[in-house]
Write a protein that binds this ligand. Structure first.
Ligand SMILES: NCc1[nH]cc(CCC(=O)O)c1CC(=O)O
Length: 306
């Protein structure tokens, strides 16, 4: 393939820039010329409210899509967790890249683990999924909202506003802040969000040149895994305003998919869980596994949203 001159649209948080530069380097190694176009999204501007209350997923990607639409940029690099389950018409996921640690991390300056926290301690997270899972582990905790990019959240912890916070391990590891992680929660206690830790490349669907280019860079296993996870979320009508976890792990060539759903209207109700496995071999069979697990969730009492 001949050398292309490409522009990557990216948010300007430290993590978004790391991710865009990561893809920039991959493309440069293939001989392409790559610039970054930094942008501020609505999700970056609204910091005083919980995202689930102001429109949820999509707030971080819309401005980037506009740049693709107008040709100011050729591709956008996203944390897949923040990408809506269905892209708007005219856009496509060109690839999913290798996954960082998908687990949630416990970060605290004083307490090595949740178990060490005193009664009623203050824990920061704005994720409804993390809130519900934390409440199941420690009903006594005082869970307080925590927004902002990774650095902002750590600063708020260090200022003493929280006894501990829960963040994606992936963001901390990518920013070489592993040292802040007291421990990563095992996936049995804190089931991760669909797509957590994976990167997605979005392009305009008419850019066949880019679809061809990225087909060769995709991590097939990761793409199948997150496709199954995202199918659960899509089928449940998942958005940030629904406590929903979906996580796949491979075992003996089979993809094991687990999901958990919490009732946002009744946060004290127990979680509904479901799991299934299948010999997934392509994106279609991964999607089918996700739909199956979503139907099991619904049979067990989880309510999807239209
Ligand atoms: N919702 C914000 C967001 N989107 C992606 C990540 C972390 C990196 C990832 O999951 O790929 C984070 C921060 C967090 O959840 O702690």
């Amino acid at each position: 393939m001949s050398s292309l001159s490409l522009t990557i649209a990216t948010r300007e948080s430290q993590l978004a820039l790391w991710q865009a530069e990561h893809v920039q380097h991959i493309l440069q190694r293939l001989g392409h010329q790559v610039n970054l176009l930094g942008m501020t999204t609505l999700g970056d501007q609204i910091l005083d409210r919980t995202l689930s209350k102001v429109g949820g997923k999509g707030l971080f990607v819309k401005e980037l899509e506009t740049a693709l639409e107008t040709g100011r940029a050729d591709l956008a690099v996203h944390s897949l967790k923040d990408v809506p389950m269905e892209l708007p018409p005219g856009f496509a996921l060109a690839a999913v890249l290798e996954r960082e640690d998908p687990r949630d991390a416990w970060v605290s300056n004083h307490y090595a683990s949740l178990q060490d926290l005193p009664q009623g301690a203050v824990v920061g997270t704005s994720s409804l999924r993390r809130q519900v899972l934390l409440r199941a582990l420690r009903p006594d905790l005082d869970i307080q909202p925590l927004r902002g990019n990774v650095n902002t959240r750590l600063r708020k912890l260090d200022e003493g506003q929280y006894d501990g916070i829960v963040l994606a391990a992936a963001g901390l590891k990518r920013l070489a802040m592993d040292a802040r992680i007291r421990h990563a929660f095992d996936t049995d206690t804190m089931l991760p969000a669909a797509g957590q830790g994976a990167l997605g490349i979005e392009v305009r669907s008419d850019r066949q040149d880019l679809l061809d280019l990225f087909a060769g860079l995709a991590d097939a296993r990761t793409w199948q895994t997150v496709t199954a996870e995202r199918a659960v979320s899509r089928c449940m009508g998942g958005s940030c305003s629904m406590p929903l976890a979906a996580h796949g792990e491979w075992q003996d060539g089979q993809l094991w998919l687990r999901a958990a759903w919490g009732d946002e209207a009744n946060p004290n109700a127990p979680l509904v869980s479901a799991q299934a496995s299948a010999a997934v071999h392509d994106l279609a069979s991964a999607d089918a596994l996700g739909l199956h697990v979503a139907s099991l969730l619904q049979q067990a009492g989880a309510q999807g949203r239209r």
